[in-house]
Design a protein around this ligand. Structure first.
Ligand SMILES: Nc1nc2c(c(=O)[nH]1)N[C@H]1C(S)=C(S)[C@@H](COP(=O)(O)O)O[C@H]1N2
Ligand SMILES: [Mo]
Length: 209
């Protein structure tokens, strides 16, 4: 799949405005996550589970990605300088079981979000522990957050604690609460009512053929 950053006239998705501020958007309080007790568990549809502690994670090759960030509440921030570990390299520690197609991201504090495995493993997706050369601030997901630049920012889960591979799409926190299951900002896939409407339009076009 192509997750190349957009640079031209369509750089900012429809309905978004660019801000230079970096707002904090969290459902609950910022959890306290100490790197000393940190664990990232890869589980679910994998041949064998694997847990990274902080040190093991740091031994992976470092990946830098400069990426735009699009929140469904309509703000976008441009050129965020992330540093961390390619999700491809992290997931490289496990062999997905045959039929693993999706992932559920689990977080300290209980937040979850779902996405297709191909999107999770896309070239510019990373598990970031630094921003602008500094350790990621707790409010912004430190010590470790997911960054998937080509999907709406609610997919970029903060305080990641686990990645569960699934053999079907399941809904995470916001997806259960009305957000779109996929969330492509360029297609304005904001809410699942849109999905319902699209599905209905397909049914209707079939019915009236
Ligand atoms: N664990 C967790 N991750 C989360 C959220 C959250 O509430 N909890 N909010 C999401 C939403 S809606 C957005 S827009 C971004 C915001 O990231 P920021 O607070 O660093 O700007 O984080 C996403 N990741
Ligand atoms: Mo958001």
């Amino acid at each position: 799949m192509d997750d190349s950053p957009r640079r031209g006239d369509d750089r900012v998705p429809p309905g978004q405005y660019v801000t230079k501020k970096w707002p904090v958007l969290s459902v609950g309080d910022t959890p306290e996550v100490d790197v000393a007790g940190f664990e990232l568990l890869l589980f679910g549809r994998v041949e064998a589970e694997h847990a990274f502690d902080w040190q093991a994670l740091q031994s992976l090759p470092r990946r830098e990605v400069t990426a735009d960030f699009h929140c469904v509440t309509r703000f976008s921030t441009l050129d965020n300088p992330w540093s961390g570990f390619a999700t491809r390299d992290v997931l490289g520690a496990v062999a997905p079981s045959p039929g693993a197609t999706h992932a559920m991201i689990h977080c300290y504090g209980g937040y979850t979000t779902n996405l297709p495995l191909d999107d999770l493993l896309s070239e510019h997706a990373l598990l970031a522990d630094r921003h602008g050369g500094e350790p990621l601030a707790p409010d912004h997901g430190g010590p470790l957050r997911l960054v998937v630049p080509h999907l709406y920012a609610w997919k970029s889960a903060k305080w990641v604690s686990g990645i569960e591979l699934l053999n079907a799409d399941e809904r995470g926190f916001w997806e259960e609460n009305g957000y779109h299951t996929y969330g492509d900002p360029w297609a304005e896939q904001r809410f699942s009512s849109q999905e319902t409407r699209e599905a209905w339009q397909v049914r209707r076009s079939v019915a009236f053929e």
